[in-house]
Design a protein. Structure first.
Length: 129
């Protein structure tokens, strides 16, 4: 009776195998992510959208290991765009610190309106695509 080797290497596919109960199982490992990326509001919204409407794209990102960095970049880009759009609309509509000093409630009302419109633009252009 011949004894089986505990470890073998297959040159055809480049994998190492370990003997477990008369069967050779491949020695597979999962690469650890290099760094953790925090995902903010926009990244979470886009993640949910991808899972529901584009599962193949979501799985591609997940399996390639790019998921965390993709959502972190998208979140950063969305925050920068949001700030820029708010500033541009504010200037176009004349919502200034002088208005804030004169009539705080009017300033808050107009700023909330500006922010809501800017968030809709971000959702349409970056998140739900």
């Amino acid at each position: 009776m011949t004894t089986m080797k505990n470890f073998i290497h297959d040159n055809a596919n480049g994998l190492d195998y370990t003997l477990v109960n008369d069967h050779y199982l491949p020695n597979l490992t999962v690469a650890a992510p290099t760094e953790q990326h925090p995902t903010g509001r926009w990244g979470r919204l886009h993640k949910r959208y991808l899972k529901e409407h584009h599962p193949i794209r979501y799985n591609q990102l997940l399996l390639s290991g790019e998921l965390g960095s993709y959502f972190a970049k998208l979140d950063k880009q969305a925050e920068e765009q949001l700030a820029l759009i708010i500033r541009q609309i504010q200037e176009a509509e004349g919502v200034t610190e002088a208005l804030k000093a004169e009539n705080q409630l009017e300033w808050v009302r107009r700023m909330n309106s500006i922010r809501n419109r800017a968030e809709e633009i971000i959702q349409k252009e970056l998140i739900f695509i």
